[in-house]
Design a protein around this ligand. Structure first.
Ligand SMILES: NC(=O)c1ccc[n+]([C@@H]2O[C@H](COP(=O)([O-])OP(=O)(O)OC[C@H]3O[C@@H](n4cnc5c(N)ncnc54)[C@H](OP(=O)(O)O)[C@@H]3O)[C@@H](O)[C@H]2O)c1
Length: 353
């Protein structure tokens, strides 16, 4: 029977890929939600709604009476943009509650809600921690808006005919203009500007980050995992780490990235990209014209604070993905090859020269 998914946050670096993957399956219809609009397709319709406005949500979602699955990947950052900040709790808990409550009331066919959280569940953003991170590791000291989202959903789901799954990815690799958290465009633009200035590709992160173990999640891979988690009966009420399944050190990856841009590798030099790159926006404007690049507004193209966050992890970041394998999801992605492939595509699509 045809399934109807609501992808909440359908323009994000996660939601965009889930929506496209499901719409391409043949037996799914997809309704995407976000404040901005989006072009619709044969199996995709879009509802522009502000999830923080309960009346707007009730009105616009009331007609969704045959929804079978919710994929929740919305995010709204308060000032500071870190999930550890207490200020992030209210908007992100309320957006989830408003969306799920409205869909639960509208549709009797609802079977599962897939909630996207992340490795900040373990406190990966706070400092060195126990690795590998396992799903049953105890929570860190709050605040953390994931805890509030998980607890709200677990309580609301009691007595309902549907269940829930939680997925915990790390540093998504995809492209979604306007996202606050995306590493690929940051690397691509940083490398292109350094090349334009005749400089080698220097790692701009913290000194110990260069040698620490890191991991990422290909957005397309995550979409495949989300489909699996939504439809595998055994996943009910479980949490799963979802990463590419391998690990790397920036030290070893950096030459592969430099090769994509035909650049030599330089010695690492720690800088704040947030402060530095702001000064280079005019150069980027000039490069956009010179190389005939896509006209993506600079603030929508790259979120430099997220790049500083990723390159600032001076400790090992490793998730254990054994549980998802034991439950039946066996896909893996070669992260070094993925970076090269996706960055090459950025050049081909004229996002960077
Ligand atoms: N990105 C990563 O590397 C990463 C890694 C691990 C975990 N996560 C987690 O994954 C979740 C999703 O993050 P993301 O990175 O995919 O976020 P994102 O790329 O910033 O996307 C957020 C989505 O939420 C929508 N949204 C925000 N406020 C809204 C509102 N008031 N009403 C309706 N829609 C709204 C946005 O669209 P509009 O702006 O059009 O409203 C967008 O579609 C977060 O909990 C995040 O912590 C992300």
């Amino acid at each position: 029977m045809e399934k109807h998914a609501v992808v909440v946050g359908a323009l994000g670096v996660i939601g965009r890929y889930i929506a496209e993957h499901l719409a391409g399956q043949g037996d799914w219809r997809v309704t995407g939600l976000s404040r901005r609009g989006r072009t619709e397709g044969p199996r995709y319709r879009h509802v522009a709604v502000d999830l923080l406005d309960p009346a707007d949500v009730r009105t616009k979602l009331a007609a969704l009476d045959d929804v079978t699955h919710v994929f929740y990947a919305a995010f709204q950052s308060s000032a500071g943009a870190a999930s550890g900040y207490a200020a992030n709790i209210a908007p992100n808990r309320d957006m989830l509650a408003n969306a799920v409550t409205a869909i639960d009331r509208a549709s009797r066919r609802l079977r599962r809600v897939v909630l996207v959280t992340g490795t900040k569940y373990y406190g990966v953003h706070l400092g060195p921690l126990k690795t590998p991170m396992r799903e049953d590791d105890p929570r860190h000291l709050p605040p953390n808006y994931y805890f509030d989202q998980i607890d709200w959903l677990a309580a609301y789901r009691q007595g309902k005919p549907w269940d829930r799954v939680e997925l915990r990815p790390q540093t998504l690799c995809g492209f979604a203009p306007g996202t606050a958290m995306s590493i690929l465009p940051a690397i691509a633009v940083y490398a292109s500007i350094a090349k334009e200035l005749g400089l080698p590709l220097r790692f701009p992160g913290r000194p110990r980050a260069w040698d620490s173990i890191y991991q990422v999640t290909d957005s397309a891979h995550f979409a495949r995992a989300a489909l699996w988690a939504a439809t595998e009966p055994g996943c009910a009420d479980q949490a799963f780490n979802i990463t590419n399944g391998d690990y790397f050190r920036w030290r070893h990856l950096w030459p592969r990235i430099a090769a994509v841009f035909d650049m030599p590798v330089g010695e690492p030099q720690a800088i704040s990209l947030t402060r530095h790159m702001a000064e280079l926006a005019p150069l980027w404007q000039a490069m956009t014209v010179k190389y005939g690049l896509q006209r993506i507004p600079w603030p929508d193209l790259v979120a430099w604070p997220f790049a500083d966050y990723v390159f600032g992890a001076e400790w090992d970041v490793m998730s254990d993905v054994t549980r998802s394998r034991l439950y039946g999801f066996h896909d893996v992605v070669d992260s070094e090859a993925m970076f090269a492939r996706l960055l090459r595509r950025f050049r081909e699509e004229r996002i960077v020269p």
